[in-house]
Ligand binder design. Structure first.
Ligand SMILES: [Zn+2]
Length: 461
């Protein structure tokens, strides 16, 4: 097979003339150049440098937080993009402490505030503020990014929150309308059977959803009601995307499965796969991405894995400078099969804080569990909790299987878990055990829109 048809992560797609990412012509127009190839790359770098300088001066002038953090740094002192490494980082904790000190406009100009509350306690809630212009930047990204997935006249079912102004669903419907595509806001999936009925009734060509929720549709008994070939593309967002889920959706529906990477702090959307489906391209006119060594804080060479850090280049309400995401990824150095000069970011598979150190000193990650458990037939989701007293750890696992339990699911799950090297090493240390696995058909959907994680309820060690 020719190299350009080979896609990493074990997913191989048939080779056809590969279409250029629609983000490239969009970014070219946004920065106002007709350059192509290496010249375009230089123009993008130049644009980013100019915007970075402006952003530094803008936030120092308008945000109390950055006035203090950046001290006497002036935009003009930034000579080249690499100089960004001299600027201090912004962390989630800074926003939690006082989001209002980040604002660069008056509160009247803010048209949407998103409260992020990942652990369910108000202590670590973060609020991110957007002006109408800021939201428009995201709508514009959705408009152009979706050109890789749909054509005029098609219908997209949006299985994401979308009932209010400025939500992903709302912005997506607006964006799709600009390309003569009908966006159907649905909200997150609460009842797979009813969602499938809606997909069939609307003859959806494309779905946008959360990975486990789309897997729940594929594995639902009513899924056979969806005519073969009807769904042509799926965009997965809002959580890590396990390779096993991508393969299952591809083989069930014979469609292309795209990954999207974004977090609210980035303006909801940031990067999306091109038709090569092998890593996302970033909206580089608006966001500057870096990969850093999470321990030293220094940039790592392109190609090496580290923490994703980004700076907003065009945001007005609440710009962020060198925001540490806690997500792990790397820039792929090989050229993308689509031929773009845009950077390519490998699919984010986990978080810095996502690994759990087990007795025996091995580290277990959500990605390990994803790739071991999601291939199991009938499994819709899982919950893993590590408990213990510091001397011995126990892993308590629940597998969710909806209304159609596969009898041997628990024993298959146990086998798959025992095959994970980190778990095997822990078991070999004789200070770790897997409790009998429980299957549940309860409301597995409730874990829907928050990033999945391993629950660590061990006593302090
Ligand atoms: Zn590409």
């Amino acid at each position: 097979m020719p190299e350009e048809n080979r896609v990493y992560n074990g997913i191989v797609r048939e080779g056809k003339e590969m279409e250029l990412t629609p983000l490239e012509p969009w970014i070219r127009a946004k920065i106002g150049t007709s350059a192509t190839g290496a010249d375009l790359r230089r123009e993008i770098d130049r644009h980013q440098l100019a915007k970075l300088r402006k952003t530094v001066d803008y936030v120092r002038a308008h945000s109390p937080f950055y006035r203090e953090l950046l001290g006497g740094v002036r935009g003009s002192e930034i000579r080249e993009l690499a100089d960004i490494a001299h600027l201090p980082f912004t962390t989630a904790g800074d926003i939690q402490e006082n989001d209002l000190r980040f604002l660069c406009v008056s509160r009247d100009e803010i048209s949407r505030v998103v409260t992020l509350n990942t652990s369910g306690t108000t202590a670590d809630a973060k609020r991110i503020h957007f002006t109408e212009d800021d939201l428009e930047l995201t709508t514009d990204l959705f408009h152009h990014g979706m050109k890789a997935l749909v054509r005029p006249g098609q219908r997209v079912m949006i299985l994401m929150p979308g009932d209010r102004h400025g939500t992903i669903g709302d912005l997506m419907v607006k964006a799709l309308r600009r390309m003569d595509v009908r966006g159907i806001p649905h909200g997150i999936v609460l009842d797979s059977g009813r969602t499938i009925a809606g997909i069939v009734e609307n003859e959806a060509d494309c779905l946008i959803g959360i990975p486990v929720q789309v897997l729940g549709l594929v594995r639902h008994r009513d899924a056979r009601a969806i005519p073969k070939g009807m769904i042509k593309s799926v965009l997965l967002s809002a959580d890590y995307v396990p390779t096993a889920i991508v393969s299952e959706i591809q083989s069930a529906w014979g469609c292309a499965v795209f990954n999207h990477y974004g977090m609210t702090e980035m303006g909801l959307g940031a990067a999306v796969d091109c038709r090569a489906l092998c890593g996302y391209h970033i909206r580089e006119a608006d966001l500057l991405f870096e990969i850093i060594d999470p321990h030293t804080g220094k940039p790592v060479p392109d190609g090496e894995t580290g923490e994703v850090v980004f700076t907003t280049l065009t945001r007005r309400g609440m710009p962020l400078v060198r925001y540490r995401t806690g997500d792990l990824s790397r820039f792929v150095t090989a050229p993308c099969p689509c031929g773009t000069v845009l950077k390519r970011l490998e699919w984010v598979k986990g978080r810095l804080a996502g690994g759990i150190r087990l007795c025996g000193d091995s580290v277990l990650t959500v990605a390990d569990l994803d790739e071991a458990l999601f291939p199991l037939p009938g499994l819709l989701n899982f919950r893993v909790e590590i408990s213990g007293n510091g001397t011995t750890d126990a892993m308590v696992v629940t597998v969710y299987c909806g209304d159609d339990p596969v009898p041997e699911l628990c024993s298959l799950a146990a086998k798959s878990l025992e095959a994970i090297p980190a778990i095997r090493a822990a078991v070999d240390s004789r200070r770790f055990s897997i409790a009998p696995i429980r299957a549940s058909s309860e409301n597995w959907i409730s874990t829907g829109s928050i990033k999945r994680k391993i629950i660590d309820s061990r006593e302090e060690r």
